[in-house]
Design a protein around this ligand. Structure first.
Ligand code: FMN
Length: 321
């Protein structure tokens, strides 16, 4: 069902990627996604030592023998990361698929990854970035529209307009996302020409997602109006869930506060506290407009199978109108 160039390239059952999520895409969530037939993507930037990163890759492998990917982060970070260190572990551990995401195309990393036969997917938000990814040898490109949870870039093109434009502008397979939470969005993106679909916000309420139950409850109650884009003034635009900290950041930006002042409020350590301790006002959490469609806490497997089953049913219904 839904066999595409992406299922073939990655060797996965469904053309579905459960996007990487800083501090959250750890072994449990990644393995649950891959085991259920999608592609889980382990975040690397949260590990401060090669040893901890290696352990987490092994924890994924202990939980599933299905393909999974590792994300290399190219965004500006309060704690800058050295992707070369992660790369050594990736090669040692025989990771087959790497996703890069961030403000620049990974020219140098691409060369090394390709020379070792690793499948490279680059995630970005615009046509010219996708073309650049293709030019440096990426095997596939992921593009997410402005409604997506997390980094939005500055082009602000919606998923509905971005995905077909990218499909028409590159030859490599395209994974599309931004706002997809169910089978309707999944099928719509395949109809737009995507060979795969990525979800992030919908996975926040998976049972395996390590955020506090109070935060999951708040997300279930949120609507499509409860997100906003912040941190544009520090060249790090992110769509996030609106809470007290988000409002505080927006207020700081409105009076031209500097990077240090904003990061003090919006830093990853605060988000970690919010995820772990359930103080839902404590930090900033990436979240897409699709949150309005997220209504149930379920195992990752049920989320994935629910998306595919709904899409199959819908495809059938559409074929007879
Ligand atoms: C809480 C959260 C954290 C995220 N962290 C990252 C990240 O560290 N790196 C990255 O490339 N994308 C990150 N993303 C983006 C997702 O991988 C995915 O591309 C996006 O969520 C898809 O759009 P959607 O949220 O509308 O489904 C994050 C998304 C969320 C919701």
């Amino acid at each position: 069902m839904f066999q595409t160039k992406i299922t073939e390239l990655f060797g996965i059952r469904y053309p579905l990627v459960v996007g990487t999520m800083m501090h959250l895409a750890k072994a449990e969530l990644v393995a649950a996604a891959s085991q259920a037939g999608a592609l889980g993507v382990l975040a690397s930037a949260m590990f401060t030592t090669q040893e901890d990163f290696r352990k987490e890759i092994r924890r994924v492998k202990d939980r599933t023998d299905k393909p999974f990917a590792v994300n290399l982060n190219l965004f500006p970070m309060a704690r800058p990361v050295d992707n070369r260190e992660y790369l050594e572990v990736i090669f040692d551990e025989g990771v087959r698929i790497v996703e890069t995401s961030g403000h620049k195309a990974p020219d140098d990393l691409a060369r090394d990854l390709k020379s070792r036969g690793v499948i490279l997917v680059h995630k970005c938000v615009g046509v010219r970035y996708a073309q650049k990814a293709q030019a440096i040898g990426a095997d596939a490109v992921t593009v997410v529209g402005y409604e997506n949870g997390g980094a939005t870039g500055t082009l602000d093109v919606t998923t509905l307009c971005l995905v077909p434009r990218v499909v028409d502008s590159v030859q490599i397979p395209v994974i599309g996302g931004g706002g997809v939470t169910d089978g309707r969005g999944f099928l719509a993106l395949l109809a737009l020409g995507a060979q795969g679909v990525i979800i992030g916000t919908a996975a926040l309420v998976a049972e395996e997602c390590p955020i506090h139950p109070d935060l999951k409850k708040a997300l279930l109650e949120a609507s499509e109006l409860d997100t906003m884009v912040i941190m544009r003034t520090i060249q790090n635009s992110h769509r996030v869930w609106i809470n007290e900290t988000t409002r505080k950041v927006a207020e700081l930006e409105s009076r031209q506060a500097g990077l240090a002042e904003i990061i003090k409020v919006a830093g990853g350590d605060k988000a970690k506290k919010m995820y772990q301790e359930g103080d839902i006002q404590a930090g900033v959490m990436s979240c897409g407009q699709g949150v309005g469609l997220v209504k149930k806490i379920r195992p990752m497997k049920d989320i994935i199978e629910g998306i595919v089953a709904q899409a199959a049913d819908l495809r059938q219904k559409l074929s007879i109108i």
